[in-house]
Design a binder for this molecule. Structure first.
Ligand code: SAH
Length: 411
């Protein structure tokens, strides 16, 4: 019998119920789960998907996370830093394209030069206004999106010349003063994933003392998330799904962690191996077969979710998105890029399972290929224009309207 997921996932929801839902695999049940989450998204957030133009500002990183392709000790990476001019041009592209916001993401640094530079860039991005060219193009674009805008008039007009970009930062752990400085400069959202809310698992994939004495600490990460909230940011966090040593129980804990800390946004996605990392090496050592049934992974010591075949990993990620939408119906949930590695339409499927944010990459094509957190990053050959075009077409097919020129925050 098909379950009523809204009933089960309401109020003081039981851990065992969440876990049972994360384990479902029947097509009909899954479709029901996703459709219910999509309905809730429509009800609480409306039909729109909001774009945040992703600017991958630099791959220079002090951290040495065991899963990440740009970890400090991966010396095969060609390190880069975008110039101010490039960052501002990319932000201008996002603004002119009608994206409501940009995300500045990069490897973690906490030196003074870096901090000051980000402060300056935030101010400069806030000062950008739509170019005359883009305003002149308005008539073409409104032509294209007319149906959408007529149906949902609450979304701002494309040609709004006073609009300034929303800014999200994703620049890792910093101290409270730095978060305040960036907030005061005009950034309003910050993404800092907890990666896994299970302390033991967190510590396994971020070993203490690598490379410096206190460079990785679960407590520090939690304090940083709290400091962001205190500084006034709309705060986002998230986890990776399908990590070694991870269990269904951990994922249930992750969902409850998001609820407990009262996040405003969540970006979570599948863990995707990168061969020049310790976890990637482990993956390639084990993964001579594609494991469809997590049961098969029991006993090898790396947990039931590692390694998982792409189809199952994608499904599990979609279930996480859907369950979270039931439990926190108002928040922003990203359809993350890593989903697209597992299936070309992975992000669109997440939108149909309750997500409402997409981060189209606007990074200069020359740098984009060096920001490889994982292997198989999609769209490396597409510039920002092509990325936008493809995404718009895909969303049109699904009848999902885009919230142009609007921040798309829930509060
Ligand atoms: N330095 C910033 C940005 C990190 S990159 C920070 O620490 O917040 C953004 C996210 O990419 C990370 O939080 C992590 O969850 C994800 N990521 C890194 N390596 C990954 C991998 N191999 N597979 C999937 N996601 C990965």
């Amino acid at each position: 019998m098909l379950k009523n997921y809204s009933e089960i996932l309401r109020g003081e929801v039981r851990r065992s119920d969440i876990e049972r839902i994360l384990r479902i695999s029947g097509k009909e049940e899954l479709e029901k789960l996703y459709a219910g989450a999509y309905e809730l998204k429509l009800k609480h957030r409306g039909p729109h998907v909001y774009f945040r133009g992703l600017i991958e500002i630099s791959n220079i990183c002090m951290k040495d996370c065991l899963y990440c392709g740009i970890r400090r000790s991966n010396n095969k990476v060609l390190r880069y830093e975008l110039t101010d001019k490039q960052v501002l041009e990319e932000a201008q592209f996002a603004l002119d394209s009608g994206y409501g916001s940009v995300v500045l993401q990069g490897g973690e640094r906490s030196d003074k030069i870096f901090i000051g530079r980000i402060t300056r860039l935030i101010r400069e991005i806030k000062g950008l206004r739509k170019s005359q060219d883009a305003i002149n193009r308005k008539s073409d674009i409104t032509g294209e999106t007319k149906v959408v805008r007529n149906t949902f008039p609450s979304v701002a007009d494309y040609g709004n010349c006073d609009f300034s970009l929303g800014i999200t930062l994703s620049l890792g752990e910093q101290n409270t003063d730095v978060y305040r400085e960036w907030y005061d400069a005009g950034a309003r959202r910050y993404l800092l994933r907890i990666e896994s809310s299970n302390k033991a698992l967190y510590e396994k994939i971020h070993p203490a003392g690598m490379p410096d004495k206190d460079s990785h600490s679960y407590e520090k990460r939690i304090s940083a998330i709290n400091a962001l909230k205190k500084a006034g940011f709309l705060t986002g966090t998230g986890v990776m799904i399908g990590l070694p040593w991870q269990s269904y129980e951990d994922l249930v804990g992750d969902i409850l962690f998001f609820r407990k800390i009262g996040v405003d946004m969540v970006g979570m996605g599948p863990y995707i191996p990168h061969r020049d990392t310790p976890l990637g090496k482990l993956y390639y050592k084990l993964n001579s077969r594609h494991i469809a049934d997590p049961q098969e992974n029991c006993g090898h010591g790396y947990g039931e979710l590692f390694p998982l075949a792409n189809k199952q990993k994608l499904e599990l990620s979609l279930k996480m998105v859907a369950v979270l939408r039931y439990i926190m119906p108002h928040i922003n949930i990203a359809a993350t890029t890593a989903l697209q590695v597992l299936a070309p339409d992975g992000r669109e499927r997440a939108l149909l399972a309750g997500a409402n944010i997409i981060m189209p990459n606007v990074t200069d094509i020359s740098a984009k290929g060096n920001y490889n957190l994982y292997e198989g990053k999609p769209g490396l050959g597409d510039d920002a224009c092509a990325t936008k075009y493809i995404l718009e077409k895909n969303l049109e097919k699904l009848d999902i309207p885009i919230g142009w020129d609007t921040l798309g925050d829930w509060r």
